[in-house]
Design a protein around this ligand. Structure first.
Ligand SMILES: [Zn+2]
Ligand SMILES: [Zn+2]
Length: 459
């Protein structure tokens, strides 16, 4: 088996790995690289292989950094199946269409500017119709059901505990067992099941997003959220919560539902103002088989993602009407890094008022508006207008859906057995991967590599 590490090597986004067994090529994932526009255009538009030669793709989960370049692969000649769990198919379909819509919109704007400058128009990486086409190639497989994407290789998907439908991918060929972690989640998180730990693994390809960090424990998060809401009630705040549409929004809803039942949210309405998050929440309701025992129990008794004080907002008029309403209230909206979506409008109306609160709920990448707010900028620019940041800012890092350094070391330790030959670290900035490498090596001298893009190995 030849493996070429292509994307998410020494960086987080753009997951893409090429496998070749007896001249049959297949991919693990085909994610979008997200970074500065020019780099992203170059990296996403070129594949170091012919898409028409690829027999199949296996997708660990729906996030766009894992699935978001599939329409482009298919546009360039890939016609095979894309294997994933049913929940991944449903969420990926929503995210890929959303990504195509954003690209079409961005390029329309960009091309207006290029026309003014006398430059020729540019094309987006893919359009809505490319996205619709690729969705037809999705082929669902249940967890723990083994299948063969090419002759001589079998694959089994197991729970990764990261987002709904997420899986780790176990490949077997000629008696060797290779584990691809995808994005690995954490134990004891709400809604979904814990990550599964397989055994007798020869090689692990492991994510390392937070390889050098330790998250705050999730147990403290509900108490922290309660304190922030109490402060908001006293100040009659608008509490703006930029939240990722997948998993983070639904986890926060279940936490708020508990607080509502405790009486903490009396007279504090909660608004979910993101059509994408609302649609993703419907997908959650369609896949109770992915829930952990507690959430499944709640599901049999009612709707885990609704309570009397919660309002799902769909049309823009209703969204705008929130600007006129007085706090206290909670407005949860995408995107999680404040880079677009309706949350930017809520920030425009709330950020300069010291009575308000901004609650950041996850990773904020360099260069994003969310990161600037998190880093304590006194002024920020939104749609080319400057705003003073007077609202109080909180960050709840303990909500992360990724394993931290301790979890990743523990995972390898639990897999470790006589046969483990090597660990390859991907999906992490180099300093995170190095920190993790050091810790894993010290576990009984396990061999750990951090491949660069286009590194090829033979197993
Ligand atoms: Zn992910
Ligand atoms: Zn990822």
């Amino acid at each position: 088996m030849n493996i070429t590490f292509i994307g998410a090597t020494q960086t987080v986004t753009g997951s893409l790995h090429l496998f070749e067994f007896k001249k049959q090529k297949f991919l693990l994932e085909c994610g979008l690289y997200q970074g500065h526009r020019e780099d992203a255009e170059r990296i996403n538009s070129t594949f170091p292989f012919k898409p028409k030669d690829i027999k199949a793709v296996i997708l660990s989960h729906a996030h766009i950094d894992h699935s978001g370049n599939l329409p482009n692969l298919s546009k360039r000649g890939f016609t095979g199946p894309i294997y994933c769990t049913p929940a991944t198919k449903d969420i990926a379909s929503l995210l890929i269409l959303d990504s195509a819509k954003i690209q079409e919109y961005d390029f329309e704007y960009l091309n207006k500017r290029r026309k003014e400058l006398g430059l020729p128009p540019k094309e987006p990486l893919y359009t809505m119709s490319d996205a619709e086409n690729v969705i037809n190639q999705f082929t669902t497989v249940e967890y723990k059901k083994t299948f063969a994407p090419v002759d001589g290789v079998t694959i089994t998907l197991y729970d990764a505990g990261h987002i709904l439908g997420s899986s780790i991918i176990l490949l077997e060929a000629e008696g060797k067992r290779i584990l691809f972690s995808g994005d690995l989640g954490r134990k004891n998180m709400p809604i979904i099941k814990d990550p599964y730990t397989p055994h007798n693994i020869d090689y692990i390809i492991l994510e390392s997003t937070y390889g050098g960090r330790t998250h705050a424990s999730f147990d403290r998060m509900t108490a922290e959220l309660k304190d922030i809401i109490e402060e908001g009630k006293a100040k009659k705040s608008k509490i703006i919560v930029p939240a990722f549409a997948v998993e983070r929004t639904q986890v926060l809803i279940t936490m708020l539902k508990n607080l509502y039942e405790e009486g903490v949210l009396k007279d504090v309405p909660v608004y979910i103002d993101s059509p994408l998050a609302t649609n993703v929440t419907d997908v959650f309701r369609n896949h109770p088989d992915c829930f952990d025992k507690e959430t499944y129990q709640l599901f049999t008794e009612g709707d885990p993602f609704n309570f009397a004080g919660l309002n799902y907002i769909k049309d823009t008029e209703e969204s705008k009407s929130l600007n006129e309403k007085k706090g206290p209230m909670i407005i949860m909206s995408a995107s999680g890094m404040c880079e677009g979506g309706r949350v930017t409008h809520h920030l425009i109306h709330s950020i300069a008022n010291a009575h308000n609160i901004i609650l950041l709920t996850g990773f904020q990448a360099r260069g994003t508006l969310g990161r600037k707010i998190l880093d304590g900028a006194e002024k920020v620019s939104i749609f080319n207008n400057e705003f003073d940041v007077r609202a109080k800012v909180y960050f709840m890092g303990g909500l992360s859906a990724h394993a931290d350094g301790n979890d990743l070391v523990e995972y390898v330790k639990n897999i470790k057995n006589g046969v483990l030959k090597k660990v390859y670290l991907v999906h992490g900035d180099i300093e995170e991967s190095r920190a993790l490498q050091e810790r894993i090596v010290s576990l009984d001298h396990i061999d750990v590599d951090i491949p660069q893009s286009l590194t090829q190995i033979t197993i």
